[in-house]
Design a protein around this ligand. Structure first.
Ligand code: PLP
Length: 307
């Protein structure tokens, strides 16, 4: 059964659960008036958070097609989200994975495979040769939608621009904070934020300076001001520090909100530090985008996180 062309892919997701919660109490607020969080981690237990928004218009384009083809690393939440979404839409999915096929799959790869994704492993050297890889798959390209790694590109940005629709009193905030991987989500948030607002992205990667012009390239004037902060990567992508893990445990204790060590943990850690160093002007109102991805915590030793 193919998804009916008149059924919006939006019906697959529980948007009502994307609630705003106040988390001011978890911080030593000083001059910040209030801190809220948008719980995008609650919209779906597999396609959590921003992965859905980045995929949604690609999925609209996939209606009537036979499959989606996408790219990612062995720990990519995007691959799992794409695999699950394709399964829900009753179409095929192919995941091109960077690196040799491991003897034992990561939990992420295992999930993607369990949701029916055909995994094709490509060496790191060849991974950039998109055309070559796609030709070798031997599938009808016209019947396929190709989605870049992490949903990167205008279609992904357009979807991410819908995220702020879940913030009821958007104009009431001075600052919007989000995590940054490929920058696709942030580009959408900057696009849909109000011109007087400031969007601050916390990079999960070390030294990824090229992300700032990437986010800028998706904007038209006038747009919200924005800045990517590269000081809170804790050693680099998917690296962690004891201070980060300790913060995540304490944040959960105070708020009941789980975070992941790759993105949202680093984001909230940074929010806490920026508040401490009086980065925000008097009476700022912050909204932090919790963009999901808790599954990534499964690669941590049991007991490290107390949630
Ligand atoms: C993928 C992901 C991000 C990064 O999003 P980009 O659009 O690639 O910058 C941030 N947070 C979570 C939880 C994610 O899963």
């Amino acid at each position: 059964m193919k998804i009916h062309p008149n059924v919006s892919v939006n019906n697959l997701i529980n948007y009502e659960s994307a609630a705003i919660e106040n988390i001011s109490n978890a911080f030593d607020s000083k001059n910040v008036a209030s801190i809220d969080i948008l719980r995008l981690d609650k919209i779906h237990n597999v396609i959590s958070g921003n992965k859905w928004y980045k995929l949604k218009y690609y999925l609209e384009n996939a209606k009537g097609k036979q499959r989606i083809i996408t790219f990612g690393g062995a720990f990519s939440n995007h691959l799992v989200a794409a695999a699950f979404a394709a399964k829900m839409m009753n179409i095929e999915s192919i995941g091109i994975v960077r690196g040799e096929e491991p003897a034992t799959y990561s939990p992420t790869l295992q999930d993607a495979a369990d949701y029916g994704m055909r995994l094709v492993f490509v060496s790191r050297e060849n991974y950039k040769n998109r055309d070559d890889i796609l030709n070798k798959l031997n599938v009808d390209r016209n019947a396929s939608i190709v989605i870049e790694e992490g949903g990167f590109g205008e279609t992904g940005v357009k979807g991410a621009a819908d995220i702020l629709q879940h913030v009821p009193d958007l104009a009431g905030y001075t600052h919007i904070l989000c995590a940054v991987g490929t920058g696709t989500m942030m580009a959408g948030i900057v696009r849909s934020a109000l011109p007087q607002q400031q969007v601050i992205g916390i990079s999960a990667l070390k030294g990824a300076d090229e992300l700032t012009p990437v986010v800028a390239s998706f904007q038209q004037l006038p747009h919200a001001s924005f800045e990517i902060n590269f000081n809170y990567h804790h050693g680099g992508y998917a690296k962690k520090s004891p201070a980060l893990i300790d913060f995540m445990n304490k944040f959960h204790q105070k708020t009941g909100i789980p975070t992941d060590f790759v993105y949202s943990g680093k984001l909230l850690f940074a929010v806490n530090e920026l508040i401490k160093e009086n980065y925000f002007p008097q009476n700022s109102s912050l909204v932090v985008i919790h963009c999901g991805g808790i599954q990534g915590n499964r690669s941590l030793p049991v007991g490290m996180l107390r949630f």
